[in-house]
Design a protein around this ligand. Structure first.
Ligand code: NAI
Ligand code: MG
Length: 361
């Protein structure tokens, strides 16, 4: 049977960019004999409007069954006043949690045609292709104790950075596996100089490498230096593996080396199942962009590149992923631009559909 996909387009520009992804998926079915069984469902505000919850139990069950989930974006001003427990973001958090997606892949890749877009000098970013692997389900965002407590005559806010050896071990493995498909080089970032969790992190990552990945080159770096190096000379890196908090910040920083939010894909992977496919959710980094929603202005490339990641990491179709990425590269080199990519004077932007048309062509 065909590999299965669950599409959760979500809110705002989510459905607009996903429409273009669906056309790309169909193209692979008819032109490359690579058909998918696609199901669609609701998430976020759209699910709340219909079911009173940002992720229905049936949708959760489907997500656990399919080979990969593609998500657009969730949220919007209409839902800002909702109770925390039913906010659109909770739908996404539930997916990540129940699918146990502990490894978040955030590529920072610079398309030559957009190198001028970076806030850095062109030669620092041209040809950049790095991958940040962020631990996504543990660390200081989840550790106990947490809360705001009374202490003497004032309050204290507490969060706990906590990592078990097995949590570090599994995310390290996912980084080494990735590195083998790329430049075979991993840099692990923590703050072992001031944090015990960092000491353990460094030790476990080193042990995983020495035991099972001796062919992969491993280095360690303090995360604050890592931030500096990312901006100073990002091309020194191939794969960076780091914890949830540092990864949140470093991946946003790395992402912006390359230009617009409308260009950035991501993947979140869990444990491999019996046939070796990891549980997986693919989504653009951007949100629902309420300021441009409904106007046909959204750039669909981030979402299309997320599907390219699905081809590569869930379906072992690296060549087809490269074919899709090459089409995007070509379209950009030809000067096709959505409004968010306008730099030069005198270029007329194409619509979301126009960008989809160009890529398909
Ligand atoms: P955002 O990413 O939606 O938008 C930030 C800026 O980038 C806006 O000016 C927007 O127009 C632009 N932009 C984003 N994606 C674009 C694209 N594909 N093409 C062209 N321009 C694009 O972030 P913001 O404004 O902070 O959040 C808006 C809503 O999205 C909020 O409700 C927020 O909670 C939600 N959100 C959802 C995320 C998700 O679903 N994973 C992630 C981030 C925010
Ligand atoms: Mg962030």
């Amino acid at each position: 049977s065909n590999p299965s996909l669950l599409i959760l387009a979500g809110d705002g520009i989510g459905p607009e960019v996903m429409t273009e992804v669906k056309r790309v998926i169909e193209w692979f079915g008819t032109k490359r004999d690579l058909a998918f069984d696609v199901e669609e469902d609701l998430v976020g505000g759209a699910a709340y409007d219909k079911h009173g919850t940002p992720l229905h139990d049936d949708t959760m069950a489907k997500a656990l069954k399919v080979d990969a989930v593609l998500l657009g974006a969730v949220g919007g001003p209409k839902y800002d006043a909702l109770d925390f427990s039913v906010k659109p973001e909770r739908g996404l958090l539930r997916l990540r949690k129940e699918m146990d997606l502990f490894s978040n892949l955030r590529p920072a890749q610079c398309f030559d045609a957009l190198a001028d877009f970076s806030s850095l000098k062109k030669d620092i970013v041209a040809g950049l292709d790095i991958m940040i692997v962020r631990e996504l389900t543990s660390g200081v965002y989840f550790g106990e104790p947490r809360g705001i407590f009374e202490e003497g005559n004032e309050r204290v806010g507490i969060n706990t950075q906590r990592y078990t050896e097995s949590e570090i071990d599994r995310v390290a493995r996912s980084a080494f596996e990735l590195a083998r498909r790329r430049g075979n080089k991993v840099c692990s970032m923590e703050k072992a100089n001031v944090m015990e969790s960092g000491i353990l992190w460094r030790e476990v990552v080193q042990k995983v490498r020495d035991t099972d990945y001796p062919d992969v080159e491993l280095s360690h770096m303090y995360a604050d230096n890592g931030a500096m190096q990312l901006v100073r000379a990002p091309k020194q890196f191939d794969v960076i593996v780091t914890d949830n908090l540092f990864g949140d910040i470093l991946s946003d920083c790395a992402a912006m080396l390359t230009g617009s939010l409308g260009m950035l894909p991501s993947a979140s992977l869990g444990a491999p199942n019996a046939d070796g496919r990891p549980k997986a959710l693919y989504e653009p980094v951007h949100g629902s962009a309420p300021d441009i929603a409904g106007q046909g202005k959204a750039n669909p490339i981030a979402c299309i590149l997320s599907f390219a990641m699905a081809l590569r990491y869930s379906f072992d179709q690296g060549d087809e992923a490269a074919r899709l990425e090459a089409a995007i590269e070509k379209v950009l080199a030809d000067g096709v631009r959505t409004a968010d990519l306008l730099g030069e004077e005198g270029v007329t932007p194409v619509s979301t559909t126009g960008m989809g048309d160009a890529i398909l062509a």
